[in-house]
Write a protein that binds this ligand. Structure first.
Ligand code: ZN
Length: 296
């Protein structure tokens, strides 16, 4: 049987107006020198099947006797503040408006029922997070376009730029049959998605990293696997480097043991490679704070 595949969204996307590719070495030589960014992470509680979040068929997981269950996790937004007080969000948390009127926010009934929206809470809501922050919200960085990373979008002003990884909007997945409509409705009336300008080799593999603001403070790292255009981020803060893995690892156990996500991924081999890439980076820079996709 042929399974039809659907893009994550058919919303327009073009190359971002910010960011320039730099080598991995350039980033790595800088990251232990404190920078000028400040980061605050805000979480709300959620739950999901562990077998989706973690490969429980992995030999290490089996040996540890790990069984499937509803795992307590978090939906997170990170506030990234620049010295001029402009701030950005990395992923979007949960919007109050979305929970009060999912239909109005664009969430179809299938996704509401089976996508876990019914068990989400907005405490605190993305609306309140933005309202309580001094300075202006200048943009949103999405690690990838999955529901639990775009659930804060209804709280984001329509004109705010949204930055994603290369090819993320076009990433084709059978699962997108239920997600595409919701993603499109949440993005309706917004400017084209801005794909950060990663370099690509002749095989189409993304190389290097992107210096997002052009001041060597904030880097986007291509980490495909969970989705095709998934990206992770590295911020040089006043307190040292912070790595935002996104859903390269949802769980603390998966990160600590080097075990990739379970059924929630597009490409298992790429997912394992991306996890190894980030764990090796973390091992070379032991003072780096690591923020995972869904657990502290
Ligand atoms: Zn996620």
């Amino acid at each position: 049987m042929t399974l039809f595949k659907f893009k994550a969204t058919t919303h327009a996307a073009h190359t971002a107006k910010i960011g320039k590719p730099v080598s991995w070495d350039t980033m790595e030589q800088l990251i232990d020198t404190p920078g000028n960014l400040k980061v605050k992470s805000v979480t709300t509680n959620w739950a999901a099947k562990l077998s989706g979040l973690l490969n429980i068929k992995d030999a290490q997981a089996k040996a540890a006797g790990i069984k499937d269950h509803d795992e307590s996790i978090e939906i997170t937004t990170h506030i990234l503040k620049r010295p001029n007080q402009d701030f950005y969000l990395i992923d979007t948390g949960v919007s109050e408006q979305l929970l009060q009127d999912p239909k109005e926010a664009g969430v179809g009934w299938m996704l509401k029922k089976y996508g876990g929206v019914d068990s989400m809470n907005a405490q605190p809501s993305t609306e309140s997070i933005i309202a309580n922050e001094s300075g202006n919200l200048k943009g949103v960085f999405l690690s990838h376009i999955h529901l639990d990373h775009v659930t804060g979008l209804p709280a984001i002003p329509k004109e705010t730029p949204i930055y994603i990884g290369k090819n993320e909007a076009d990433a084709q997945l059978t699962l997108n049959i239920i997600a595409q409509g919701t993603n499109n409705r949440m993005l309706a009336g917004r400017p084209a998605l801005q794909e950060l300008p990663f370099n690509q080799d002749i095989n189409g593999t993304l190389t290097d990293v992107v210096d997002v603001f052009g001041d060597q403070m904030f880097f986007a790292i291509p980490t495909p696997g969970h989705t095709i255009g998934h990206i992770s981020f590295l911020a040089r803060t006043t307190d040292g480097p912070i790595l935002f893995t996104g859903d390269v690892s949802h769980t603390r156990w998966g990160w600590d043991h080097g075990v990739e996500p379970g059924t929630f991924l597009a490409d298992r081999v790429a997912s394992k490679d991306s996890l190894k890439l980030l764990r090796d980076l973390s091992n070379r820079h032991p003072n780096m704070t690591v923020k995972l996709g869904h657990q502290e």
